[in-house]
Design a binder for this molecule. Structure first.
Ligand code: PAF
Length: 292
């Protein structure tokens, strides 16, 4: 039986956050920040454990960020469970939970937005034009508020990870950005808070997204092609599994997300598709054929 560990204290203001982190810094502790929107699952727990293995202290953040949702999206219905999240964070060794109010994050008169071009364009940036500006704005604020040594993000949101790396470099923010591997259910389905939207039937169909990407990546790594035919087969497989529509299945350079039609350097296959009320995303690495 797992022992109940003490719940991490919760702070809701920038001042309280900075006071606690300053105390740890005075004691010589380094700090990892794990930003989340809550409704935590094993994927988030892996990020917290990664942070704990990397730094003496881990601070998780919980903020469902209105700035990254379009008015038509699921901000109001996004699943929330702060008490459950806190209990899970305790088990993963989290030292502090920063859960600011919307007023603390976006006070009256707030008028700034960070815009990232290049890597933020296309893929999810094309289908959710609101998203990366909102992510860049809130993550910049979180990094400024906490000034962590390291911030940890999941590779499941691969484009988001590269967008964050881009603006951190562009704005000279003094923090290291680490990516941690995607955590999957035994079926292969990538863990996501939005999996909670799926019915039992959709949950049985959803792993085909990863299966289709894996098959396509294996084919490309064996030198299969042409690329468009491999991607087309993956799209068909996803729709045949019961997804209502495919936003994209694309092959991109793993570092720049530039469109490519041959795999000569590390690449990434990325997909987004809609099933029932959920829009699921996933991605897998593609190694150049010579490296297999
Ligand atoms: O990946 C998420 O959960 C969010 O986009 C993030 C990085 C916490 C910003 O709101």
């Amino acid at each position: 039986m797992s022992q109940a560990l003490p719940l991490p204290p919760v702070v809701r203001s920038v001042a309280a956050l900075r006071a606690q982190l300053a105390e740890w810094r005075r004691a010589g502790d380094d700090i990892a920040l794990v930003p989340t929107m809550g409704y935590l699952h094993q994927g988030h727990m892996a990020l917290v454990r990664y942070g704990k293995a990397t730094c003496r202290r881990v601070c998780a953040t919980l903020f469902v960020n209105p700035a990254q949702f379009a008015p038509t999206e699921d901000f109001q219905t996004y699943p929330r469970d702060e008490a459950g999240d806190r209990a899970k964070l305790a088990q993963a060794g989290c030292d502090l939970l920063y859960a600011p109010t919307t007023e603390e994050m976006y006070p009256e008169g707030f008028a700034t937005r960070i815009t990232v071009t290049g890597v933020a364009e296309g893929l999810c940036g094309a289908f959710r034009p609101q998203m990366f500006g909102g992510v860049a704005t809130v993550v910049t604020k979180l990094l400024n508020q906490a000034s962590p040594d390291v911030a940890v993000f999941g590779e499941k949101d691969y484009q988001q990870l590269l967008v964050i790396r881009r603006f951190v470099r562009d704005l000279d923010l003094p923090v290291r950005i680490d990516g941690a591997p995607t955590v999957r259910e035994p079926s292969g389905l990538a863990m996501s808070s939005r999996n909670a939207y799926l019915s039992a039937e959709q949950r049985a169909q959803a792993p085909e997204l990863f299966a289709a990407l894996t098959a396509a990546a294996e084919s490309l790594a064996r030198g299969g092609g042409p690329v468009e035919a491999v991607l087309g087969a993956a799209r068909q497989r996803i729709v045949a599994a019961g997804f209502a529509s495919v936003d994209y299945v694309e092959l991109r350079d793993a570092e720049t997300l530039a469109t490519i039609d041959r795999v000569v350097r590390p690449a990434r296959l990325l997909a987004a598709a809609r099933i029932g009320p959920a829009r699921l995303i996933d991605n897998v690495a593609v190694v150049p054929p010579a490296a297999v």
